[in-house]
Design a protein around this ligand. Structure first.
Ligand code: NAI
Length: 245
């Protein structure tokens, strides 16, 4: 269990990131909650502190190198170390490839892939000195299987899986593990936007016959962040109700 470990979680102010923050805090971790909006990030930190957890809000955009440096400086200044990084911040800008705008391609690749690269690079500096670290990237089932209308998103998530495996190989000698969790369709703000018809079609493709919950993903992250997962690296853990095997 990540007792007294310090965890930086990006995109922590809502959805899956917030559930991950609450779940790691429940296991004793100190949380550095990173997101772009001050009010909602501080609200999550207040919720964490109300449970007795140590927590810090850092406002930052993971695509901006200076913000990312600030995030890790703030974490180490406040708590002295960073043991766990969860690259969870992510966006969609869906559309068919023929009509996809350059800015929609760039925005998705920047947040979902470059953001993870920048955060991992900064985390590695701290973790390599500690000779300990757990990095968990939140990918997606559609990064494994593709999805019409999401070429930018699927490319970013497939890229994240490649980044996970390369970083796992580079960082293993410092006892840093790097893994990905690939959620299926999870009930959050991102999927609330779907129509009932699309939701029913999606559910029909899922052997476990339901959308996942943010807690389903948080439970997988807690495991990969734990001491028990120390011999697992470069792995992509599917949490998708069986929709892709
Ligand atoms: P969400 O939209 O509810 O939350 C994402 C959070 O990331 C937001 O709080 C947002 O402000 C933050 N964020 C966005 N850009 C950022 C940036 N540049 N810097 C810092 N923070 C930023 O999304 P949700 O559903 O909780 O998704 C979390 C992760 O899980 C994402 O990486 C998403 O791609 C992935 N995922 C979600 C699935 C779903 O069905 N909801 C399925 C598979 C993967």
């Amino acid at each position: 269990m990540p007792k007294e470990k310090v965890a930086v979680i990006t995109g922590a102010s809502r959805g899956i990131g917030k559930s991950i923050a609450l779940a790691l805090a429940a296991k004793g971790a100190t949380i550095v909650a990173v997101d772009m909006d001050q009010e909602s990030t501080e609200a999550v930190v207040a919720e964490l502190q109300a449970t007795g957890a140590r927590a810090l809000a850092v406002v930052g955009n993971v695509t901006v190198a200076a913000d990312v440096e600030h995030i890790f400086e703030s974490a180490t200044e406040a708590f002295g170390r960073v043991d766990i990084l969860v690259n969870n911040a992510g966006i969609t800008r869906d559309g068919l490839l023929m009509r996809m705008k350059d800015e929609d391609w760039d925005a998705v690749l920047n947040v979902n892939l470059k953001g993870a690269f920048l955060c991992t690079r900064s985390a590695f500096k701290v973790m390599s000195k500690q000779r300990y670290g757990r990095i968990i990237n939140i990918a997606s089932v559609v990064g494994q299987m593709g999805n019409a209308g999401q070429a930018n998103y699927c490319a970013s998530k497939a890229g994240l899986i490649g980044l996970t495996k390369s970083n796992a190989r580079e960082m293993a000698k410092r006892s840093i593990t790097v893994n990905a969790v690939a959620p299926g369709f999870i009930a959050t703000a991102m999927t609330d936007a779907l129509s009932d018809k699309v939701r029913a079609e999606l559910t029909a493709q899922i052997p476990l016959e339901r959308l996942g919950s943010a807690d389903d993903i948080a439970n997988a992250v807690v495991f990969l962040a734990s001491e028990s997962a120390g011999y697992i690296t470069g792995h992509v853990l599917s949490v998708n109700g069986g929709m892709y095997m």
